[in-house]
Ligand binder design. Structure first.
Ligand SMILES: NC(=O)c1ccc[n+]([C@@H]2O[C@H](COP(=O)([O-])OP(=O)(O)OC[C@H]3O[C@@H](n4cnc5c(N)ncnc54)[C@H](O)[C@@H]3O)[C@@H](O)[C@H]2O)c1
Length: 505
């Protein structure tokens, strides 16, 4: 079916869809009926990059914007009108936007707790969906998106843009062709300084925000805001966010899975860490930060013959003592700033993902063998697929997003279940040395403990918590030995905002 014919087809099928309003399909007067109509949902920080991508693509036009914060919505709508010389319609409720026949696809950068529901509703309404990482807030939401894409024949891409970057494609090809020998283990790193989000409190809501709608599928706290900054800092409150293992993490765990060829869930997980260091940072031993996700977390994922470890460090790694990591990321012991990336350990060397557009292969002596550079156009890849209707052409489909987001969820499930189980480093060592892994678990634990004490954390007073070792059934997506953990693969939804189970999409 040609591009233009597809538009006619869409027009007809939309006109006959009972779910759609009686409004004519073309309500826009752009005279650009060869363009796909984009609706960008959640237009705070990241959503603005989505807007830019569709304005910059000659095949698309931004016909609608959605934000529950009216102020942000109005500002962006004016900007978009100016940039593309066509005024988008502005909505605060995604459900209304999905009735808009000028919308062919949605592109969403809301907070994490809304991702899956926006995606499922969009696909049910016959729209394609580009959904930011993590694609889900819990495991079953990711499965629901996979099922919806299949059932409704829609394109569903996750916002893991590295999947479209030549740097990654070429580095992974190099590994697959044996460039560093046999590769079974990857370590993802999110050493990203995160200051405290300020103390737990009762703060005023920003004007123009419908907090009930913003809360959506999450528990409505009626209307109590416990963090100072309304936007962005939801990442560190588990009702809405998934901590850095679900924020930065999905980029790195996705690359780790991709490089190791792991198109499945792991067989087990164990996680440890804490939300630590802010008492020292604030010089107040009774200080309570408003976040409740760990800022320090290590998760070990066993895949049988392969393994991924993901490390989150929210405190400073300036001048960190870890020689191997410093060398692989090409910084000395006096190095400053964050370290974010993936290390693949091969029998003959290493491949390091140093940035989204730069990978380096080393031999065993850490001498550079080859470098891989270059970024791509992940939004463009999604638009390609929306036109061609070839699901296989998506570089990061719903399943990719689901498997990678799930690593954050599995790690957090272990951590949350063990949150009260605070342990000394020696106690953790006794447990972790028995856990199956291709990493040296104890060495990683000791490095993590040193990182904390280097940041002034008194581990006797503020110890780490050790989660349970949990077996996972990758096919059934349950923890066969823990009902409690299995219950955490979903959430208690609010009426009207229920993300359906995968079988019910
Ligand atoms: N791919 C990447 O590199 C990348 C980079 C940054 C952020 N992200 C992802 O993008 C998402 C947004 O992050 P951010 O930093 O822009 O957050 P943000 O808090 O700055 O912006 C979120 C926006 O969504 C709006 N919103 C909330 N609920 C909504 C709803 N139901 N409908 C419409 N709008 C709603 C908020 O009002 C806000 O304007 C996150 O999931 C994050 O993980 C991805």
């Amino acid at each position: 079916m040609s591009y233009l014919n597809r538009r006619k087809f869409m027009r007809n099928s939309l006109a006959s869809a009972a779910a759609m309003s009686a409004a004519p399909y073309f309500v826009r007067n752009l005279g650009a009926n060869d363009k796909l109509g984009a609706c960008v949902v959640g237009i705070g920080g990241r959503g603005n990059s989505h807007i830019g991508a569709y304005i910059g693509d000659s095949r698309t036009v931004v016909t609608a914007l959605v934000d529950v914060d009216e102020g942000i919505g109005k500002r962006r709508a004016a900007e978009v009108a100016e940039r593309q010389k066509f005024e988008p319609k502005l909505y605060t409720d995604i459900r209304e936007a999905l009735q808009d026949p000028s919308v062919d696809f949605i592109s969403t950068a809301t907070p994490n707790h809304w991702h899956a529901l926006v995606g499922v509703w969009a696909m049910q309404a016959g729209k394609d969906a580009y959904i930011e990482k993590p694609i889900s807030h819990n495991v079953l939401e990711g499965s629901a998106l996979v099922a919806a894409a299949k059932k409704y024949g829609r394109m569903c891409q996750v916002g893991s843009q590295c999947r479209s970057n030549p740097a990654l494609h070429n580095a992974i090809k190099f590994m697959n062709e044996g460039g560093i020998g046999e590769v079974k283990f990857a370590r993802g790193l999110c050493y990203k300084r995160r200051a405290s989000i300020d103390s737990l409190g009762d703060y005023p809501l920003p004007e123009g925000v419908d907090f009930s709608l913003w809360s959506g599928p999450a528990t409505y706290t009626n209307p109590k805001l416990t963090r100072k900054r309304f936007h962005y800092d939801w990442h560190w409150q588990r009702l809405y966010g998934n901590g850095d293992s679900g924020n930065q993490g999905p980029h790195q765990t996705d690359i780790a899975r991709w490089g190791l060829g792991l198109d499945r869930h792991p067989n087990s997980v164990i996680s440890y860490g804490g939300r630590l260091g802010y008492q020292a940072e604030r010089k107040d031993e009774n200080y309570v930060d408003a976040g409740d996700t760990p800022n320090t977390e290590v998760s070990v994922f066993d895949y049988g013959d392969k393994c991924i470890v993901f490390e989150t460090r929210g405190l400073s790694v300036n001048g960190q003592s870890d020689e191997e990591i410093n060398k692989l990321f090409q910084r000395g012991p006096d190095g400053k700033g964050n370290i974010i990336g993936v290390i693949f350990y091969g029998s003959d060397g290493y491949v390091v993902q140093k940035s989204y557009t730069h990978c380096i292969a080393y031999d065993k002596d850490m001498k550079v063998i080859q470098e891989f550079k270059g970024g791509g156009n992940h939004f463009g890849n999604f638009v390609d697929a929306c036109i061609s209707r070839k699901y296989d052409s998506l570089n990061g489909d719903a399943m990719v997003g689901h498997l990678s987001a799930s690593l954050a969820h599995l790690g957090n499930i272990s951590y949350y279940l063990g949150e009260k189980n605070t342990v000394s480093v020696d106690e953790a060592k006794t447990v972790l040395e028995k856990v199956k892994s291709l990493d040296d678990n104890v060495a990683t634990l000791l490095r993590t403990a040193k990182h904390l004490t280097d940041n002034g954390v008194d581990l006797e007073k503020y110890p780490m918590a050790l989660g349970p070792y949990l077996k996972f059934d990758p096919r059934r997506e349950i923890f066969p030995d823990s009902k409690e953990a299995t219950a955490m693969t979903t959430r208690a939804y609010r009426e009207g905002f229920v993300c359906p189970k995968p079988a019910d999409v």
